[in-house]
Design a protein. Sequence first.
Length: 406
Amino acid sequence: MARQPRVLGMVLAGGEGKRLWPLTADRAKPAVPFGGNYRLIDFVLSNLVNAGYLRICVLTQYKSHSLDRHISQTWHMSGLTGNYITPVPAQQRLGPRWYTGSADAILQSSNLIHDDMPDHIIVFGADHVYRMDPRQMVQQHIDSGAGATVAGIRVPRAEAKAFGVIDADTDHRVLEFLEKPPNPPGLPDAPDQTFASMGNYVFRTEVLLDALKQDAEDEDSVHDMGGSIMPMMVKQGVAYVYDFADNDVPGAEDRDRGYWRDVGTLDAYYEAHRDLIAVHPIFNLYNRNWPIYTHHPDLPSAKFVEGGVAMESLVGAGTIISGATVRHSVLSPNVRVHNGAYVEDSVIMPGTRIGRGAVVRRAILDKGVDVPDGAHIGVDAEADRARYHVTESGITVLGKSERALA
C-alpha cells in the first residue's frame, strides 16, 4: 500500500478583529460566538477534522483565553493515535516580539513543523463561515506538483476590489497575486468573474520553510501570507489556485453549495446570521454528513410558555420565551425573553436577558447583556447612536455584559 502523505494543519487565529468591536473587546475574533451554538473557530476545525486531518496547531495571540479554553474543552483528540488539536500561543522563540504578520506567526512556530515532519502543510484562516472538504484541495495540490496552492472563490469583478485577487491561467497556475486591485482581472472561462483569495493555503513543507526564511530576511516585507509569501511563490512559478466551485462537500445542497462568508465586519457578521434562518437556508447547519462540531452546554431544551412564540428563528437550548414574540432572529442558549417583549431581526448571544415589554430590532447583543423592562433598542437610530455602537447599515450592537438604558 502506498504511503499516504503526512499533512499538518496550521490555523491562523491570532488576529485582533478590530472591525468586529465591541464583540472582540474581550475575546479573539475566532472565539466570537456564531449561529447560536458555535464559535467562528469551529467552522475551520470542523472542515479539517471531517476531512481526516487530525494534527492541527491553532496559532493564537490576542485576548486568547476564551479561545484557548474552547479548544481545550471541545477539540481534544486521543493521544494514543498521535492526533492533536492544540492552541499555540505566541512563544517569542525568535526574540521578545509579537507576531508581525501571518507569515511571521508560522515562522515563529516552525518548531511545530520540524517536530511533526509533514510532507504538506495546510494553512487556513480561523474566522470564515463555510463548509469545505480540504482533501480535494490537497489532492489537486499534490497532482499539480505545486509548491503552494491557494483557494479561490469566484466573485463578480465589480465586487472583487475589496479582496486579495488571484490572476490565473487555464491550467490554474497563478500569474499574479493582487491586493484590492481597482481593475480585477477576469477568469479565462468567465470574464465577468475573478478569483478572490479565501485565505486558505496548502504548501509543500520545504517550499514553505524556504519562503519563510527568505521573507524574514526582507526588511521591507509585511510578513503576510497573502501579501508576502504568495507573491514570492508566484515569482518562482510554483503557485496554483484551487477553484472552490469544484469542492464537493458530502451532503451539500444546491442552495448552500460553495457558500463562504468573510465575517470580518459587524454588518457582514449580521448578514451571515440572516443566511441561517430562512425556511431553506443559504447556509445549512443541518447537514449531518459534514457536521459543524462544538461544545454543547448541559442545558434543557428551549421552552415557550404563556403564549411565547418564535417564528423563522433559531433558538438555543435552555432559552425560555415567556409571553414574548421573536421573529427572524438567532437566539443562543440560555437566553430569557420576558412577557410582552418583542425581538426581531436580531442576534442574541448566551445569557442575555430581555425584560418585560422591551423591544429589540436589528441588533446584536453579546453575552450576558441585560435589557431592562420597557427598553427600546433598534427603534430610534439617533438615540441608539448616542448610547451604543451602531454600524453603517444601522445595526445596534451592545458589548459583553453591557446593560441597556431604559
